[in-house]
Design a protein around this ligand. Structure first.
Ligand code: SF4
Length: 218
């Protein structure tokens, strides 16, 4: 087994074990949602480590190419974003914008027909601190190639494999606690989490609350 494979495997084991233990020791939905941040920070840490070995990513503030792609989130990530947005003074306006985006994208699968993510404001992510793992792992080695590739970005292998391992381990840990762990489209999921205040507790009780509302993955 090569060095990278060993590291990926060890990372996956560690994250699954730690996450499952924390969920076991803190049995409530508020904690389970807050814990989303830990996995997201693990992805940020991998990015730092990759940069420390000399890799230069080409992403810069103001580049918005990948904010047109469909984003899949874990339930706890959707609830985390909704918790951040719930107290915003422009909440009603935001709910309307999310609903409009969901309606406009029913059945749309081609990236060039998609609008930008409604969280993109003035060419920057307005939920940067709580953006999901799918956005964090999307770091490009060559923006010029992003412009041509459409659905994927040219990625560093360590960044790609370790990010996937973190997501997989997180899903397994939540599944071990009998929590629905399927990913769903982000905007429809956040919209539901914002407008249905019973959703978080129903998820905690084992219901895949986003299954019916979110459009299927493209
Ligand atoms: S959540 Fe932020 S980073 Fe992710 S697609 Fe939307 S604007 Fe872009």
């Amino acid at each position: 087994m090569g060095r990278l494979q060993t590291e990926v495997s060890e990372l996956e084991t560690r994250i699954e074990k730690d996450t499952a233990r924390l969920l076991r020791e803190n049995r409530n939905h508020v904690f389970a949602v807050r814990l989303a941040q830990r996995a997201q920070q693990e992805i940020d840490r991998v990015k730092e480590q990759v940069e420390n070995r000399g890799v230069r990513f080409d992403c810069k503030k103001g580049c918005t190419i990948c904010c047109r792609l469909e984003v899949q989130v874990l339930p706890q990530e959707a609830f985390r974003i909704a918790r951040v947005l719930r107290d915003r003074p422009d909440r009603e306006f935001l709910v309307a914008a999310l609903a409009e985006h969901v309606e406009a994208h029913r059945g749309v699968t081609e990236t060039h027909k998609r609008n930008f993510c409604p969280f993109l404001v003035d060419a920057a992510c307005s939920i940067y601190e709580s953006r999901p793992m799918a956005c964090r792992k999307m770091v490009s080695l060559d923006v010029e190639r992003c412009k041509q590739m459409g659905e994927s970005v040219p990625s560093d292998p360590e960044m790609a494999f370790k990010s996937e391992a973190i997501i997989k381990a997180t899903r397994k840990a939540y599944a071990r606690q009998k929590l629905p762990n399927q990913t769903h489209e982000m905007i429809a999921s956040v919209l539901l989490a914002l407008t249905d205040l019973s959703a978080e507790e129903r998820w905690w009780d084992g219901e895949d609350v986003f299954a019916n509302d979110a459009p299927p993955p493209a």
